[in-house]
Structure formats: structure tokens, C-alpha cells
Design a protein around this ligand. Structure first.
Ligand code: ADP
Ligand code: MG
Length: 481
């Protein structure tokens, strides 16, 4: 039997507001435990929540960017459950009427495109954190995170493989960062994903029973957790069993998923509209103002790069990976569109590998867009060869100065004087009679040996094209003798 996988994702994005969604306590990450939880966050009797409008602003920004419906009126609801890190005994969320309904995200799939539907995105508050490691036989509770604004983005069950799920997540991750809606830092928990997955016989219309996987905190784990779970479900069914609808915990050390709890239904939560919060009403003007703030989105930017700079889709794709990378590219190209392909290559290979090596973001690059532009100009005006340019890049990275300073200090200027090159070639040929014989007897590849010797003699500074041309002439005349 061939099985088809069905995946739907619920992503919790921490909105980058300064203060919490219903209180004025700070949302800064990394503070000492329980120093950023006020009366509202710890649910002292008699306190009242007040909605932080900035959270609505960011949610609307996201909704508009994915072409969703923005609900002019949405309602906060209490989702009741007991957990030690949830002192109120309920979480304020949105249930029947979320702030954002519908929308879509387009992913690339083997060169073609696929649209993944978004069901809804709703505002809610985060809970605190239970800490188990430093407390022998006990747990600690840190309520700093309680009340942090989250946008829960729920997808339609439109993905058909772990690869599609990853592509969707990466796209979503990129988008919320472009929008400055969230820093989406996965290590710090600002971008968390629960994956719902089921299998069905290929061709069957109805969905199979799904499980929900939790505790997946990297893109790599999403793929591993899904792969494990898909195989597990297929085994269960093929052995004559039935998949139980439940929440399962992913264990990254063992690479497996384990039952955590049977899935509760919505009615278990006793949802009801929160009497402490009026419905959230958004004016047309508010929504229009947010619409006017939208930056150029990644898909549009990619198309523009291909069109305006004549880049191929792969290069463009790499350059739009973050807004900072795209900005860096455009400022390095500046008015010189002719160098776009060269600039793209330098960013996507040399610069990317240095950044990767030192785990830096492009904003932290010691080689600025301006410096890269000057470097490329020096290749184009024949001051240095492409190979020497890599050496200059390395020196700039190490903070040794500007392009021209480094070329000057290190004496890297390319030798373009024909007479000088000719002289060096003659010296090389004078010492290479054996190789000349080989070359004359038809061993074309010995040519590379001569080039290598000339480059060695000039520490790589001879202009390669000129070396080639003059060498060919010399060898021709010496073999014609
Ligand atoms: P709940 O409210 O219990 O979390 P939802 O209906 O909101 O359930 O669905 C949650 C997620 O599960 C959504 O992303 C949805 O696309 C996905 N989903 C629903 N049914 C299935 C299924 N049979 N297989 C895989 N994913 C599913
Ligand atoms: Mg859910």
C-alpha cells in the first residue's frame, strides 16, 4: 500500500512588543526569573487586563502580508486549564473570532510553486515556564514569560511531506522577520511549532486520524520528528491497529515521539468570552495605516531582483533570505547594475562562508557593502585579479583597512605591463626546456604548468589574460623555429 502524508502546522510566534499583551511588564528575554512578572501576569485577585494595541498592530501586519481577512471585531476568550505555570487557571486567547482569518503562503516545490492555506491567526498570551533541572525533586516556576504576546498561526492540512512542512516553516519564519513582527529566534522560543500529522492510503479522500507533535525546536527536528511519526503511524495501521488522536512529545536525544496526553477537545477547555476584556475593534483607518507600512515582501523582492538585476532565480532566492542580505546586495550594487551578478556571487559564496564560519549575521560583517563594491571595482578596472581579490577580502575581514590601502600595503597591484610580463615568461621558459619539449610533442596540458610558474614568480599578480596571450605567442614562435 502506498501512503500519503497529511500535515498541518500550528506556529506560535512571539510578537516583538516592548511590554506584555495585557500588562506593562517588560518582555525582554533573559532577565532573572520572576523579575518581569507584575500583578496582572501572576493573576493577583482584582487585577484587570488592558490590551496592548501594539500586539494587534503586529497581528494585522502579518494578516495583510499573507492576504488574509482582518476581522474588524475579534473576541478574547478564556481557555481554561490547570498548569502550575499558568497562575490564572486560564489562558487568554481568541477562539470563535480571531483577529486574522484565511490567507496563504506560497512555497517552492521542485521548481514549481504550491500554495499552503492559512486557516487563522489569533492573539493569545504565553504561559510561564516550569524549570526542572536545577531543583532536585522539585520544579521551579519562572513567570517572566507569562503574558508575553503570541500570534498562533494555524495552517490548513495542505502539506504532503516533511519537506513541504519545512519549506512552509522557513517561508513563514522569513516573512515574520521581514515584517519585524517577531525576531523569530527559535533557541529563545520566539518561533515554536506544533506539527499535526496523519497518513491515509493514496487516493483516499478522508483524512486519517492525526497526532500532534510538540517540543520541536529546530527546523531539523521538525523533519526528524515528522519522519519518525509517519513511519510509526504506517506501522500501527499495517499491523492492524489504529492511530489514536493524541499529543506526542518529540525526544531529540532518542529521535522518537512518545505519547504525552490524549488530545483534549475544544469543549474540555470550557472556552468563553473573557468578561474582563471588551471585543477588539479595529477601524478602517488603523488597518489602512498598517497596510501603508508593509515593506516589500520576499516574493516580490525576488521577482524584482530577477527582473532589475538580471539574476537567475537561485541567486535571487539566496539574496532575499533576509531583508538585511537583500539590502546589503542592493547597496553593494548601487548604480552599477552591470556588476550585479558578480556582487551576488561574492555575497552568496565568499561572504556567506565567512559569516557562516564565524556565526555572524550580515549586519555584523566587518566587510561592508561599500567595501565589497570597491573590491569589485578594482577587479573590473584590472587593478587586481579575482584570485588576489579573495586575499584582499580576507584582509578586509580581518580589519586591515580599505581595499586600496590593502592593495598598496601588500603590493598586490596586478602586473598589466606587457613588457614586464613578457620578461617573466621568458625567464620561466628559459628554465623549462623539458616542458617545452613535452608541449611541442602535443601535450597541451603542459600549458597550465607554464601559467602556474609565471603566477608563482609574480605571487599571483600577473594579469591572467595577458599571461595566456603572451605565453601562447611565445610558445608558438618557439615551436615554429
Ligand atoms: P485543534 O483545535 O484541536 O488544535 P484544529 O482543527 O484547529 O485542531 O487543527 C489543528 C491543526 O491540525 C491545523 O493546522 C490543521 O491543519 C491540522 N489538521 C487537522 N486535521 C488534520 C489531519 N487529519 N491530519 C493532519 N493535520 C490535520
Ligand atoms: Mg490547536
Amino acid at each position: 500500500m502506498t501512503w500519503e502524508t497529511v500535515i498541518g502546522l500550528e506556529v506560535h510566534v512571539q510578537l516583538s512588543t516592548k511590554s506584555k499583551i495585557f500588562s506593562s511588564a517588560s518582555t525582554r528575554y533573559g532577565a532573572d526569573p520572576n523579575t518581569q512578572a507584575c500583578e496582572v501576569d501572576i493573576a493577583l485577585p482584582g487585577v484587570l487586563p488592558v490590551m496592548n494595541l501594539e500586539a494587534a498592530h503586529l497581528a494585522v501586519k502579518f494578516g495583510l502580508a499573507v492576504g488574509a481577512e482582518i476581522n474588524r471585531r475579534s473576541v478574547f476568550a478564556r481557555k481554561n486549564y490547570f498548569y502550575p505555570d499558568l497562575p490564572k487557571g486560564y489562558q487568554i486567547s481568541q477562539y470563535e473570532i480571531p483577529i486574522v482569518s484565511g490567507g496563504q503562503i506560497v512555497i517552492e516545490k521542485n521548481g514549481s510553486q504550491k500554495t499552503i492555506g492559512i486557516t487563522r491567526a489569533h492573539l493569545e498570551e504565553d504561559a510561564g515556564k516550569s524549570l526542572h533541572e536545577d531543583f532536585h525533586g522539585m520544579s521551579g516556576i519562572d513567570l517572566n514569560r507569562a503574558g508575553t504576546p503570541l500570534l498562533e498561526i494555524v495552517s490548513e492540512p495542505d502539506m504532503r511531506s516533511p519537506a513541504e512542512a519545512i519549506a512552509y516553516l522557513r517561508k513563514l519564519h522569513m516573512l515574520v522577520r521581514y515584517l519585524d513582527v517577531s525576531d523569530a529566534n527559535m533557541q529563545e522560543g520566539s518561533f515554536r511549532c506544533d506539527a499535526n500529522v496523519s497518513v491515509r492510503p493514496q487516493g483516499q479522500k478522508e483524512f486519517g486520524t492525526r497526532t500532534e507533535l510538540k517540543n520541536i525546536n529546530s527546523f531539523r527536528f521538525v523533519e526528524k520528528a515528522l519522519q519518525f511519526e509517519i513511519e510509526r503511524q504506517i506501522d500501527v495501521i499495517e499491523d492492524g491497529g489504529e492511530v489514536i488522536q493524541e499529543t506526542r512529545l518529540y525526544d531529540p536525544d532518542r529521535g522518537e515521539t512518545r505519547p504525552m496526553r490524549t488530545k483534549e477537545d475544544a469543549h474540555d477547555y470550557r472556552y468563553f468570552p473573557d468578561p474582563d476584556l471588551p471585543p477588539l475593534q479595529l477601524s478602517e483607518q488603523f488597518i489602512e495605516e498598517v497596510r501603508n507600512e508593509l515593506p516589500e515582501l520576499p516574493d516580490a523582492k525576488k521577482l524584482r531582483f530577477i527582473d532589475q538585476y538580471h539574476l537567475n532565480p537561485d541567486d535571487a532566492e539566496q539574496l532575499i533570505i533576509s531583508k538585511d542580505t537583500a539590502d546589503y546586495f542592493e547597496s553593494a550594487v548601487s548604480s552599477d547594475v552591470g556588476s550585479a551578478k558578480t556582487v551576488a556571487n561574492w555575497i552568496n559564496t565568499e561572504l556567506a562562508s565567512y559569516l557562516n564560519e564565524e556565526n555572524k549575521t550580515i549586519k555584523e560583517s566587518p566587510v561592508s557593502a561599500d567595501m565589497l563594491r570597491q573590491l569589485i571595482r578594482r577587479i573590473q578596472d584590472n587593478t587586481i585579479s579575482g584570485k588576489i581579490a579573495k586575499e584582499v577580502f580576507k584582509a578586509m575581514w580581518a580589519g586591515q583597512g580599505s581595499v586600496d590601502d590593502i592593495i598598496e600595503q601588500k603590493g598586490l597591484k596586478q602586473i598589466t605591463d606587457n613588457a614586464a610580463i613578457e620578461k617573466i615568461i621568458e625567464e620561466v621558459l628559459a628554465k623549462s626546456s623539458a616542458q617545452i619539449e613535452q608541449y611541442k610533442s602535443g601535450q597541451e596540458k603542459v600549458f597550465g604548468y607554464f601559467v602556474g610558474q609565471v603566477m608563482k614568480a609574480t605571487q599571483g599578480k600577473a594579469n591572467p589574460q595577458q599571461v595566456n596571450t603572451i605565453l601562447r605567442e611565445k610558445l608558438k614562435s618557439s615551436s615554429g623555429r
